[in-house]
Design a protein around this ligand. Structure first.
Ligand SMILES: Cc1ncc(COP(=O)(O)O)c(C=O)c1O
Length: 520
């Protein structure tokens, strides 16, 4: 049986309930490989003594570990570390796009029903979080308060830069990402998508070439196409991110006029670039005097406690345009994003003025109150844990339901997984077959400007609260993939079909009142 060496007392001041802290300690030991699959978790009595906590705290911690899919209870015997088959899965291979820029004439993603408006479809395709996990009640209350207290400001025209109180609040948040910017450096937008659009419009002209990760977020391809820009997809590794050899080569040859990268928990690969690579990237952009548009929309969604830094944090020469939003953490519907345009500030302001004057004021007022009230950090702690659990469960189900040879990304944040199925599975067909059965997936080709790339891949959304619909849906997707392989002539014996053996899981729901504690 494993013994718990890390038994320094738990501390109420450390934040988080004691049972969560205890569960986190045990989870840390499982993650470090100190406690292995099959190991018995020390008894309730022993944990109680060792950590100086009550019996109910220990029982709650064990329940939480069960919910996280990490331990299983055996009657009369105790808790045991679960086999995690997902850990045995390989990560997808590095992409190998050709070295030529592509002019997009057909945007694949627009042909598909990603079905975000159809509630009968299980949304494993679009990277949509569940807004029930967001602080809706608190934000609604703060919207009401803003209308009462700042009615005039809420209703009048604003300047392109946006509400000052919001810009100040966002500057405090950006310090966690290593960015020191003042409110006058910030421009508020209608979401991260508009931030990236404005940045591209400011730094490129039609016909220019922009380098992106391969695979990349499909709506970025839509944006680039709408601006008549060519796309240079760069080889990207699910562990480290974009290949510096490819990027450096393209910069050296002056092949690109701008670069757009999603540096933290990228979409769809889930990569978080290391600090040393971010630093090297900032230096590379300076050396070649090319702007980098950094999309950091998921930066707050790390699975651990420490928020990842950004390339902007290392940008000494003003070559990085930082873009983000609260769509992934507070509300996608309020459309509140922002950017730090640096030397392109006045150009970006001019474009913003021309298209829509300014971002709507009300959402900015409510979110700035929320940020200043201190509830956001607490909300993030819950959300990060929730996404970590949901991602871990999804990994387990995928590993048990998909044909042998399937590879899956293992992100350390965000809420998407990239699944590479064996050659012979056509994810476009899989999409059509699955949608007929009420399941949406995002097939691989839509993440590339070339329509035959990533045919055997798909992205899966892990932002939905765990429900009894998800397990059979993943199992069914696995069966459909297996059936395709059979139809394509792969011998039945050669395709291992694995029935899902996972145990049912209790779903978590964040309680708005408990999570927020925001009393504005
Ligand atoms: C990488 C990335 N950038 C931008 C967006 C769009 O963000 P917003 O809704 O804030 O415009 C998304 C949405 O999923 C995304 O994944």
């Amino acid at each position: 049986m494993a013994t718990l060496k890390k038994s320094s007392p738990l501390n109420r001041e450390d934040g988080g309930a004691l049972y969560e802290q205890l569960a986190d300690r045990i989870e840390g030991l499982i993650a470090d490989g100190v406690m292995l699959p099959g190991d018995r978790v020390p008894s309730v009595r022993k944990l109680k003594q060792q950590f100086g906590v009550s019996m109910s705290t220990v029982l709650e911690a064990c329940r939480l570990l069960e919910d996280r899919g990490l331990v299983t209870a055996r009657p009369q015997s105790g808790h045991y570390v679960r086999e995690n088959p997902a850990m045995k899965l390989e990560e997808p291979s590095e992409s190998r796009p050709s070295h030529e820029a592509v002019k997009v004439d057909r945007v694949m993603s627009l042909k598909l029903k990603l079905s975000i408006e159809d509630e009968s479809i299980l949304q494993l395709g679009a990277a949509v979080p569940s807004t029930n996990d967001f602080p809706q009640k608190t934000i609604n209350r703060l919207i009401g308060q803003s209308l009462r207290d700042e009615s005039e400001l809420a209703h009048k025209y604003n300047t392109p830069r946006g509400v000052e109180a919001f810009r100040k609040a966002v500057c405090k948040r950006m310090m966690y990402a290593g960015i020191s910017a003042g409110p006058d450096d910030v421009l508020v937008t209608n979401g991260a998508k508009e931030s990236v659009y404005l940045a591209l419009k400011a730094v490129t002209k039609p016909g220019d070439t922009v380098a992106v990760e391969s695979p990349t977020y499909f709506d970025l391809i839509v944006t680039l196409e709408s601006l008549h820009l060519k796309i240079l997809p760069l080889a990207t590794n699910p562990r480290d991110g974009v290949s510096f050899d490819c990027l450096g080569g393209a910069l050296q040859k002056k092949q690109v006029q701008a670069v757009v990268l999603i540096t933290n928990y990228s979409n769809p690969l889930g990569v978080c670039m290391s600090d040393s690579r971010k630093k090297a990237l900032a230096a590379m952009m300076e050396r070649h005097d090319v702007p980098l548009i950094e999309d950091d929309i998921c930066g707050d969604l790390c699975f651990g406690d420490e928020r990842a830094k950004t390339v902007k944090a290392y940008d000494k020469s003003d070559h990085v345009i930082y873009c983000s939003s609260f769509s992934k953490t507070i509300s996608p519907g309020l459309r509140v994003g922002w950017m730090v345009p640096g030397k392109y500030q006045s150009k970006v302001e001019q474009i913003k003025l021309a298209i829509n004057q300014a971002a709507p004021t009300l959402g900015q007022l409510a979110i700035s109150k929320y940020l200043n009230g201190g509830g956001y950090e607490r909300h993030l702690r819950k959300l990060r844990k929730l996404y970590q659990q949901q991602t871990s469960l999804m990994l387990q189900y995928i590993s048990q339901s998909f044909p042998e040879g399937t590879k899956v990304s293992k992100p350390s944040g965000g809420h998407v997984l990239w699944v590479e199925m064996p050659e012979g599975v056509d994810s476009m067909k899989l999409h059509d077959e699955a949608i007929r059965e009420g399941i949406a997936i995002a097939p691989g080709p839509i993440f590339s400007p070339r329509e035959d790339d990533f045919l055997n891949c798909m992205r899966i959304n892990t932002g939905l609260p765990w429900s009894e619909r998800i397990e059979p849906a993943i199992q069914r997707l696995g069966e459909l993939a297996v059936e395709q392989l059979w139809r394509n002539g792969v011998r039945k014996k050669a395709v291992k079909r694995k029935p899902c053996k996972c145990e049912p899981v209790v779903s978590h729901k964040l309680d708005d009142n408990v999570v927020m504690g925001n009393r504005h």
